[in-house]
Design a protein around this ligand. Sequence first.
Ligand code: ZN
Ligand code: ZN
Length: 117
Amino acid sequence: MEQTSSQTPQKTFTCQLCGLSCPYSYYGQKPPNTRAIVLLEECFVTRDPFSPDKDRFLVLGSTCSLCRLCVCVGPDCSLFYTKRFCMQCVNKHLGQFPHQIQAELAKKKQNPKAAVS
Ligand SMILES: [Zn+2]
Ligand SMILES: [Zn+2]
């Protein structure tokens, strides 16, 4: 059990794929001051700035379980399938993911609205 301190210095999470950067308040699986929430993975979370409810928090990102890259939870940067995978690893190991995931990713790639470049 670790002591909770409200004086934690502000740390910044930066997605190493899209460059999104945002201060986070906690890294781990069980954010403090929330009602018994345990996350499926260790991730970077911050208090939801848009919610008056103190228990609300946002998951910013996590680390890829394969290459340990910090990635945000955006669908273009990472995928959660039992563990967190960055898109680089997903593409590298695409054949090892179930067909359902492969189909979903293929659908996303074909969507012209999602293409920025
Ligand atoms: Zn990102
Ligand atoms: Zn990775």
